[in-house]
Design a protein around this ligand. Sequence first.
Ligand code: HEC
Ligand code: HEC
Length: 193
Amino acid sequence: MRSTAFLLPLLAAVTSCSSAPAPAPADPATVEAGHKAFAHLVEVLRHPRCLNCHPDDDRPRQGMHQAVHDPPVWRGPDDRGEPGAHCASCHQDRNATDARVPGAPGWHLAPLSMAWRGRSDAAICAQLKDKARNGGRTLDELQQHLAEDPLVGWGFSPGHGREPAPGSQAALGDTARTWIDAGAPCPPRGEPQ
Ligand code: HEC
Ligand code: HEC
């Protein structure tokens, strides 16, 4: 029995839409896995351990409620703090054991182009893939950053009773790999950016 008839309305809908659809990915199951992987990825990115360093303004945040950093500090000209209040003057290359100051090598604020606070999943997805905003990274380099960067790693071992980001850095690297291998699909736009 031929059963292609059900496709006809779908085809009509597609061809009547004038904006060009994204290149059709080969295998729907792979794409589905890619979308799922991105959903997990963005869940991690939105965890306060990550978000607190990826604000859309000049103030780092802290804690699960993303309160403005106390003591008050600002991004400064190079994302490393104002002169006299550099991030590294308090934050060491590891969590302080007897104090509450968190630490990891190269502790500083993510540049504004890498802000996630207040952005939709689709907007975050687009900027992650955009070399003009993601630090000039290819997708493979983005995956490598997620899998190996010490600031990302800190999110999973934040010390001082802080809630870690969900999963592990290795699992995050695997998730990013699945997403990228599926063509790095983004959720549909529509939410306000
Ligand atoms: C201490 C601050 C800090 C924390 C905590 C932090 N990041 Fe970042 N993140 C940065 C900085 C700084 C950069 C820019 C580094 C560069 O381009 O070399 C960055 C860049 C990135 C990038 C690459 C560029 C892009 O497009 O956004 C990703 C992905 C990323 N971080 C993911 C994470 C994840 C996931 C977590 C939590 C598990 C996290 N970060 C926690 C500071 C931080
Ligand atoms: C005067 C010391 C000092 C300076 C300078 C400083 N911090 Fe902090 N920072 C702290 C302390 C103390 C905490 C811990 C607060 C707490 O958890 O109660 C902290 C916590 C944080 C957290 C919270 C982590 C979390 O998820 O809860 C982030 C993010 C952070 N700092 C980023 C920065 C950045 C980026 C800079 C530079 C722009 C900076 N800090 C400069 C002392 C400082």
